[in-house]
Design a protein around this ligand. Structure first.
Ligand SMILES: Cc1cc2nc3c(=O)[nH]c(=O)nc-3n(C[C@H](O)[C@H](O)[C@H](O)COP(=O)(O)OP(=O)(O)OC[C@H]3O[C@@H](n4cnc5c(N)ncnc54)[C@H](O)[C@@H]3O)c2cc1C
Length: 464
């Protein structure tokens, strides 16, 4: 039976949520972690306990960074924090009430403080052909590998940019997946690029070496990597058959059984938007994120955000931010004094500064690919749920809709089951381009609760 109240409710059991819960519980804060996954780990360490116990061959495939999650999961399990897996949060309110669905039963949990540790999501890549069967996010394909050891057995083409693209390609190559090519929109990173970001490179050295090692591993097993790719599109009548792209001024076509798309990750802001946490535009990462102070606190007294949900910084920083939010919560609940909080925060702040340096380098080396941010063809789909095309959005703009929410009201773009998660960023991009604005100017779609679909029958039987 799910508990109905607690001092701290943490939504998300990834590095941020696990680290926050482990420390908060140790400080005597009555803590519950709600997570829709079956086991702790979040995106990066998904299924780490099962893989470590029963799928040890997959540890070699997923790499040493993945294996590092085992210690964090163990300390979380040992901390005494209550844990509710398989629990999807569909709303969180400013007064601390949380709507959560678990095993087909809806519950309300009341918390004195809520920490959103909901992580990141892949930035949707709405290129022509992205809605065809046989096209998916590269991170989604990696999720299948981590969760259940499932890998494709048809030639795979990976398209996009960002450090994750190389990691995922390496993991697939180790798992024996036939990789037809990795098509990278960023140019090949050479010495000149590294020199441009030299101070950051020196501080972030170890992680960058790892990135270079992934690339040479791919080369050593003969994976074709093409850099400087533009205008990619997926061809196929009823499913993906081939990828067409431009490189070096020439058109190319490559047959593919499965196409994996990736244009970096962005904060998962559905819950923080749903409760109207103030958001800010992050020009470096080209995305919105909730506005937080140094401890993860938002404009709402009861609500904090930590980890990639507050801005993309990676798994280690997520754990640092989770611990800082836990320390601040302990102060607010009267379990810790300010001086001790600040002393206990020192190590995390030092590590966090290193992670900021690494991220600054990664943001410079891997900016999101403009070609992958929004479709350009009039008939290309932007909103998959409501099947709204570029032309329909442009038409709404031509009729005088100058912000994202007005376009949403006119077209139904963003009103489907995903609540704009998949189309919000691309729609804003299309609107901004039509108006000659930057992507932040049209604003964001407002989020309506529930943020996840929940059956009416469940709500009718709500356990409070
Ligand atoms: C698909 C994907 C794959 C990634 N793979 C890697 C990788 O291999 N290596 C790497 O370095 N980085 C990876 N990243 C980036 C990585 O997610 C982060 O750096 C790191 O995991 C952030 O930790 P976090 O605790 O902030 O969030 P996460 O690890 O994302 O944890 C968030 C948790 O919140 C849960 N959650 C979200 N919304 C709800 C809700 N409404 N109700 C209940 N639970 C909810 C999620 O299920 C998840 O378990 C990946 C990102 C994505 C999107």
């Amino acid at each position: 039976m799910m508990r109905t109240s607690c001092e701290l409710a943490i939504i998300g059991g990834g590095p941020a949520g696990m680290a926050a819960a482990a420390l908060a519980a140790t400080l005597g804060v009555d803590t519950i972690v709600l997570d829709e996954q079956r086991a702790p780990g979040g995106q990066i360490y998904r299924a780490i306990e099962t893989v470590q116990a029963r799928r040890t061959d997959d540890l070699r495939i997923l790499g040493e960074e993945y294996a590092e999650g085992a210690a964090l999961a163990a300390s979380f399990r040992a901390s005494g924090a209550a844990y509710e897996p398989d629990s999807t949060v569909w709303q969180a309110l400013e007064d601390g009430r949380i709507g959560v669905s678990c095993g087909g039963v809806a519950h309300m949990v009341s918390a004195q403080r809520i920490l959103f540790a909901t992580g990141a999501m892949e930035r949707p890549v709405p290129i022509p052909g992205w809605t065809l069967p046989g096209v998916m996010g590269a991170g989604a394909a990696q999720t299948l590998l981590k969760a259940s050891g499932m890998v494709p057995n048809v030639p795979v083409v990976i398209i996009g940019t960002g450090p994750l693209i190389y990691l995922i390609a390496v993991q697939f190559a180790r798992a024996g997946v036939p990789i037809a090519a990795v098509l990278v929109t960023a140019p090949e990173i050479g010495m000149t690029d590294a020199l441009k970001v030299l101070p950051g490179v020196l501080r972030a050295g170890r992680s960058l070496l790892k990135g270079l090692a992934w690339r040479s591993e791919l080369r050593s097993v003969g994976v074709q990597m093409v850099h400087g790719v533009s205008q990619p599109m997926v061809e196929g009548s009823s499913r993906a058959e081939a990828v067409c792209y431009t490189q070096g001024g020439l058109q190319h076509r490559l047959e593919a059984g499965l196409v994996l798309l990736h244009n970096g990750v962005i904060p998962n802001t559905q819950l923080s938007l749903g409760v109207r946490c103030k958001q800010t535009w992050d020009a470096g990462q080209h995305c919105w994120r909730p506005l937080t102070d140094d401890w993860g606190a938002t404009n709402h007294a009861r609500i904090a955000v930590a980890g990639d949900g507050a801005g993309i910084l990676g798994a280690r920083a997520a754990a640092n931010l989770g611990r800082l939010a836990a320390l601040d919560t302990a102060v607010r609940l009267g379990k810790l004094d300010l001086a001790r909080r600040d002393r206990m925060a020192i190590e995390d702040r030092v590590e966090l500064a290193q992670q900021h340096a690494l991220r600054a380098v990664l943001d410079k080396l891997f900016p999101p690919a403009a070609d992958l941010l929004a479709p350009v063809g009039a008939d290309d789909i932007v909103c998959r749920c409501e099947e709204i095309t570029v032309a329909e959005l442009q038409d709404a703009v031509a009729q005088g809709c100058t912000d994202a929410n007005r376009v949403k009201a006119f077209t139904r773009c963003g009103m489907g089951p995903c609540q704009g998660r998949m189309c919000g960023a691309a729609a804003a991009e299309v609107i901004a381009r039509a108006l000659g604005q930057t992507a932040d100017q049209p604003g964001q779609f407002r989020v309506r609760l529930p943020v996840r679909p929940v059956p009416v029958a469940e709500l009718a039987r709500l356990q409070s």
